[in-house]
Design a protein around this ligand. Structure first.
Ligand code: DGL
Length: 264
């Protein structure tokens, strides 16, 4: 394995580009390849066995493309499949989980909200994490039914999205949360709408920066950090549906990024 090989990143769709952005910003000398499995989105309502199968399919594609490490930029795939991936493949895996810890530690109202998919909220990994804090903190979990579909179809800023969020967040607002944890990598794209509907005192947090920092730690530990000299590699993006929404989320035109269609 060589440090000049790319970092492979996958998600059930376009949402993991929110994680890719953080990685690209922190590690600009790393070559990145992003796979959006939009054809199979959303993963959140699928049985665990299927989430594992899809995660294996994406991993094998990225390995075939030369990935030196894999970032599972999807909470649903991480919480349901990362154990199997780590036990099956010989490359380091970095996953993403809802940032319950910082929210629980800083909450003054002792009430925090977690917005995530059904697959994440029902996973064992999530239960273990939430149990650690639920003695001192009231954790209000809400499944973001329909949100991934709206983001995948390019409607993140629509009235439909705003109305759905107003309805979904109601139970959290009634309990006076002061932190909203975004437990799905698609949801950072909802921040502009969330800012319109949440009271000012509610802080919104996601795990993107933490995943980027962890990626750097893992690469360093494995002697796989790309040398910081020469040219900065151009990232590559692949989608197995129409790549238009993905291209708009990463401003592909302005940035001169290549977004291609690929069957996988
Ligand atoms: N981005 C995925 C996550 O972080 C979305 C899940 C889905 O496809 O339902 O959970």
């Amino acid at each position: 394995m060589s440090s000049t090989q790319p970092i492979g990143i996958f998600d059930s769709g376009v949402g993991g580009t929110s994680i890719w952005k953080e990685i690209h910003e922190l590690l600009p000398f790393e070559k990145t390849i992003y796979l959006a499995d939009s054809k199979n989105a959303p993963y959140g309502k699928k049985p665990v066995r299927e989430i594992i199968e899809l995660s294996i399919k994406n991993t094998e594609k990225l390995l075939e493309m030369g990935a030196k490490t894999i970032v599972v930029a999807c909470n649903t795939a991480t919480t349901n499949a990362i154990k199997v991936l780590r036990n099956t493949y010989n490359v380091p895996f970095i996953g993403i989980e809802p940032a319950i810890k910082p929210a629980a530690l800083h909450s003054k109202t002792k009430a925090i909200g977690i917005l995530a998919t059904q697959g994440t909220l029902s996973s064992e990994l999530f239960h273990q994490a939430s149990e650690l804090y639920s003695k001192d903190i009231h954790i209000i979990e809400v499944e973001g039914h329909g949100l991934v579909e709206l983001i995948e179809s390019g409607k993140k800023d629509s009235n439909q999205t705003k109305n759905l969020l107003l309805k979904l967040l109601q139970p959290m607002l009634l309990q006076s949360i002061d932190y909203l944890v975004l437990g799905c990598s698609h949801y950072p794209y909802l921040v502009p709408v969330l800012k319109q509907i949440l009271p000012e005192e509610v802080q919104v947090i996601d795990s993107g920066e933490a995943v980027a920092r962890q990626t750097k730690v893992v690469l360093t530990r494995n002697n796989l950090l790309a040398p910081e000299k020469g040219f900065k590699p151009i990232p590559e993006f692949f989608s197995n549906t129409n790549p238009e929404v993905l291209a708009s989320l990463i401003n592909a035109k302005e940035n001169n990024f290549q977004v291609s269609h690929l069957d996988f």
